[in-house]
Design a protein around this ligand. Structure first.
Ligand SMILES: Cc1cc2nc3c(=O)[nH]c(=O)nc-3n(C[C@H](O)[C@H](O)[C@H](O)COP(=O)(O)OP(=O)(O)OC[C@H]3O[C@@H](n4cnc5c(N)ncnc54)[C@H](O)[C@@H]3O)c2cc1C
Length: 507
């Protein structure tokens, strides 16, 4: 996004990407997500520290390591969160980032198949499409959600996120619309944009406190480039704070421990880590109508392929969720939805593993705005070493209560008239207590954010113009600057941050 907008405005841009090209069929086929997410050619698998609050397990955190970053391997759900998420950002000191101010940046990036409206844009580059797969049991689940008492929501990206309905997906003409495909590829023809892959940034170069360039490793060689205007970090919520710490911008004691000269003591770099943590319920369907059944049936597989080829429809056009919704648990004190449900007519241990050999149907519960805060710190001055990631999932009692309440709601939805006759056994959570189940079997929804928190206070890592405090000539523009995680999947908001960030750079 940034490379596109800045090169279009006539700036000379050098884009450094540690991963490789995104030229691979599975990256672009929407359902290919199940194949690429844990494939080390496209994804770097970070590991969290085992923590008692989440069952003393390490949890894998894949992040895209390829052109397009995580948008090349993500689950394609296009959703912006709640209007109040952005109003919260502004109230926390991110002046200019309230909902009304950011809406134009969502719209200008978007090419919504449903056309231009108060909430949607149709002339941007990022393809956004309504769900293109009809599964009778997904429809039945949505109906059950309304019988449970949730409103039907025809567009989660319009007036409200609240209710149940079908997701929109980042898809154009049947293919994934990653940020590389939507924004970077068209800009690569420009002579003032240079894109280097296999280039791992090791640190930002400073003269005094002014960022003057970057150093990176390419093959076995260390290389440097100088920036006449600015250096921008867009390495994501794990690696932007890591690069800052490696460059001497971070908690002074931590940097000294690793022999790194302190450029600016910035205690909050890597702090305030937030992620969405989910627990999945699975029921066994009475009839063999799960995708688990379809993928074992050569005829159905051929039908799916044809549906995609001829009509850009069907199961191959979906990613991480098809339908879902947002609900208020009894703990939602502020009247806003605090729970997201993700629903799929299949079941699997984790994406990439074989689908179960029974007719499974999955609905997961995920707290929208966890109070628990984690942290991320380098464990070595080696830029290739992974940082120490402590998510601190569920350390706050409120988070534990909300997640358990969400699982209870899912059980109630399965029991509504539209769904109750379709299944005969609950596979998960089963007999475990709900909290124990959530603690020991839950996992990430892949949305780490906020490790370079934006704010108006002196402790914030970046100011509302996304400039790193304490130094000059350096900005962070990615998911790490969110003051707090939004109440939904994070890709659309990150792209909006890129669009608004590009505008801020040019004033
Ligand atoms: C498996 C998965 C599924 C997801 N599903 C969804 C979904 O369905 N919907 C949704 O909205 N969101 C989803 N997300 C989240 C969403 O994709 C991310 O929030 C978003 O892509 C974050 O963008 P970013 O620019 O902050 O970081 P990233 O997209 O992670 O980009 C960072 C880039 O920087 C590169 N990089 C890192 N370090 C260096 C270095 N030292 N030198 C050079 N390059 C470096 C990386 O290789 C990468 O290309 C998912 C994420 C994952 C991983």
């Amino acid at each position: 996004m940034l490379a596109n907008r800045l090169s279009a405005a006539g700036h000379r841009v050098l884009l450094l990407e540690t991963g490789g090209s995104d030229r691979n069929f599975w990256i672009h086929l929407p359902v290919g997500y199940f194949k690429t997410i844990y494939d080390a050619r496209f994804s770097r698998l970070f590991d969290t520290e085992p923590q008692p609050s989440s069952g003393s397990r390490n949890i894998l955190w894949p992040r895209g390591r390829v052109l397009g970053g995580s948008s090349s391997i993500n689950g394609l759900i296009y959703i912006r969160g709640q209007h109040a998420d952005y109003d919260d950002w502004a109230a926390a000191g991110a002046t200019g980032w309230d909902y009304r101010s950011v809406l134009p940046y969502f719209k200008s990036t978007e090419n919504y198949a449903g056309g231009e409206s108060e909430y949607h844009g149709a002339s941007g580059e990022l393809g956004v499409s309504d769900l293109r797969n009809d599964h009778p049991y997904c429809a039945a689940w949505v109906e059950a959600g309304t019988q449970f008492g949730l409103p039907f929501n025809a567009d989660f990206n319009a007036a409200t996120e609240y209710g149940v309905g079908a997701y929109q997906l980042s898809i154009k003409d049947g293919w994934r619309s990653s940020s590389a495909r939507a924004f970077l590829r068209p800009a690569m023809r420009r002579e003032n944009l240079a894109v280097l892959t296999g280039a791992h940034v090791s640190r930002v170069l400073f003269e005094g406190t002014r960022a003057v360039g970057v150093e990176w490793r390419e093959g076995g060689t260390l290389r440097q480039a100088r920036a006449s205007r600015e250096v921008i970090l867009s390495a994501g919520a794990i690696q932007s704070p890591q690069i800052l710490q490696l460059s001497g911008v971070g908690p002074a004691a931590l940097l000294r421990e690793h022999g790194i000269a302190v450029v600016a003591d910035a205690p909050q770099v890597g702090e305030n880590l937030q992620d969405h943590y989910q627990a999945r319920t699975i029921v066994r369907l009475k009839k063999p109508l799960s995708l688990n059944d379809d993928v074992r049936n050569p005829l159905k597989l051929a039908q799916m392929g044809l549906q995609w080829l001829l009509a850009n429809r069907g199961p191959l056009t979906v990613g991480a969720g098809q339908v879902g919704g947002f609900a208020k648990t009894r703990h939602a004190g502020d009247g806003r939805a605090d729970m997201q449900f993700n629903v799929m007519p299949l079941s699997v241990d984790k994406p990439g593993d074989p689908l179960h050999d029974y007719s499974g149907f999955t609905a997961s519960a995920c707290q929208c705005r966890p109070l628990s805060r984690g942290r991320l710190r380098i464990r070595s001055s080696d830029p290739l070493a992974a940082p120490r990631i402590e998510p601190n999932y569920l350390v706050e009692e409120h988070d534990r209560k909300v997640l358990v309440a969400g699982l209870e709601m899912l059980r109630e939805i399965y029991r509504q008239p539209a769904f109750r006759d379709l299944w005969d056994a609950e596979v998960l959570p089963g007999d475990d207590g709900l909290l124990e189940f959530a603690r020991t079997k839950g996992g990430t929804v892949f949305h780490p954010t906020s490790t370079c928190r934006m704010g108006g206070d002196a402790g914030a890592v970046v100011d509302p113009q996304l400039r790193v405090r304490g130094v000059e000539g350096l900005r962070v523009i990615d998911a790490s600057v969110m003051p707090s995680v939004i109440s939904a999947n994070t890709n659309a908001a990150t792209i909006m941050i890129g669009e608004k960030g590009a505008a801020l750079l040019q004033v």
